[in-house]
Ligand binder design. Structure first.
Ligand SMILES: Nc1nc2c(ncn2[C@@H]2O[C@H](COP(=O)(O)OP(=O)(O)OP(=O)(O)O)[C@@H](O)[C@H]2O)c(=O)[nH]1
Ligand SMILES: [Zn+2]
Length: 337
């Protein structure tokens, strides 16, 4: 009899004891049951890392129903897989509990879309030039912490700064004092400090404005050209831009790096804390006349009615509008559905 396969690949990819416990009923359910980690999200299929490496998987129809209105698998998710007979491939049957989640507001701010899960560290990239904006960096730090991940600030392109020290000093003023590193992705300066964060099982994501050097940094860390940088946009044989985004990369020395266009977006905000804070409001919102009510000027708005009757504080509604980027007036006239 051959001994059971070592579980090392899972640990390398971020598997934890908590996940093992959550997956136990599934794994014990049938010999065709496995787990894997979502490394790429396509239009119709997913790429999932399993014991045998990256494989294509499809979402089971039953999962579509089970998570309707909730999030489908996202990059970084650990999923329950069923290996179908006759080389029919892998089916994603369930999503294991997420340790951290990144979400962004969609549909004009009334809904949220989870874009990545189980990220441990987020590198907030900025540069010593016009991109540098301390209050905005402070908001990123707060959003990252709210997601459950740890923020690290990278001041990239220090080779271009006459006085990098001034910028570093400014960054010391960030409230929660995240670690700060001065780097030059282009000249490979300071990258050893950055590489030190990548240990087996640790998942890192990069955020920051366009042009700060996220792709250059990704390529340096991976030791190969995988992400398209501003100067070179690769196209495939059909002449389309190759999409290298939405991808979870494994670093040569261990650790994982998520490079996802959605995550790169500035609108990263705290899903967990906001949903707890807005629980009562969201409950009321189910009674609004319009399903996509922004609770501003729509008729039949149960949320504003509750504020008027003193059943919900006006501050909560204001905060909700702030978080969801809604101004006092809806952008479009609400349409009846
Ligand atoms: N001087 C200097 N230039 C850099 C450095 N890092 C990146 N760049 C340049 O900055 C430009 C933008 O870099 P990218 O890596 O494409 O930036 P990005 O953050 O990925 O941008 P988006 O893909 O638009 O989000 C490119 O021309 C890079 O060569 C650096 O450390 N120093
Ligand atoms: Zn409403």
């Amino acid at each position: 009899m051959t001994p059971p396969a070592p579980l090392d690949w899972r640990r390398e990819l971020g598997w934890t004891d908590a996940l093992a416990e959550a997956a136990q009923p599934w794994l014990g359910g049938a010999p065709t049951h496995e787990v894997g980690r979502v490394s790429n999200v396509g239009r119709a299929s997913y790429q999932v890392w399993t014991a045998s490496g990256p494989e294509e998987a499809r979402v089971a129809g039953t999962l579509h129903q089970a998570v309707l209105g909730r999030s489908m698998p996202v990059i970084g998710d650990w999923v329950e897989l069923e290996r179908l007979a006759d080389a029919q491939g892998l089916r994603i049957q369930g999503v294991l509990p997420r340790r951290t989640t990144f979400a962004r507001a969609v549909q004009g701010g009334v809904a949220e879309q989870i874009i990545a899960a189980n990220v441990d560290l987020v590198f907030i990239v900025t540069t010593p030039d016009l991109d540098f904006d301390l209050p905005r960096l402070g908001r990123y730090v707060a959003a990252v912490q709210g997601s459950g991940a740890e923020p690290v600030v990278l001041l990239n392109k220090v080779d271009l700064a006459a006085d990098p020290g001034w910028y570093l000093q400014q960054l010391q003023q960030l409230n929660t004092a995240p670690p700060v590193h001065a780097v030059s992705a282009a000249q490979s300066g300071g990258l050893d400090e950055v590489r030190a964060y990548f240990r087996p099982g640790v998942t890192v994501a990069l955020i920051g404005s366009s042009g700060v050097g996220k792709s250059t940094l990704t390529n340096r860390l991976l030791g190969q050209e995988v992400a398209t940088t501003g100067s070179v946009r690769q196209t495939d044989q059909q002449g389309r831009h190759t999409t290298t985004g939405r991808t979870l990369y494994r670093l040569p020395g261990g650790g994982l790096l998520i490079d996802n266009p959605g995550l790169r977006d500035i609108a990263v905000w705290d899903a967990g804390a906001s949903s707890a804070r807005f629980e009562a409001l969201e409950e009321l919102a189910t009674q609004c006349r319009f399903s996509k009510c922004t609770h501003t000027t729509e008729p039949g708005c149960a949320v504003r009615r509750a504020v008027e009757r003193g059943q919900l504080s006006a501050e909560v509604l204001t905060a909700y509008h702030e978080v969801h980027g809604v101004t006092s007036r809806p952008a479009r006239r609400p349409r009846k559905r």
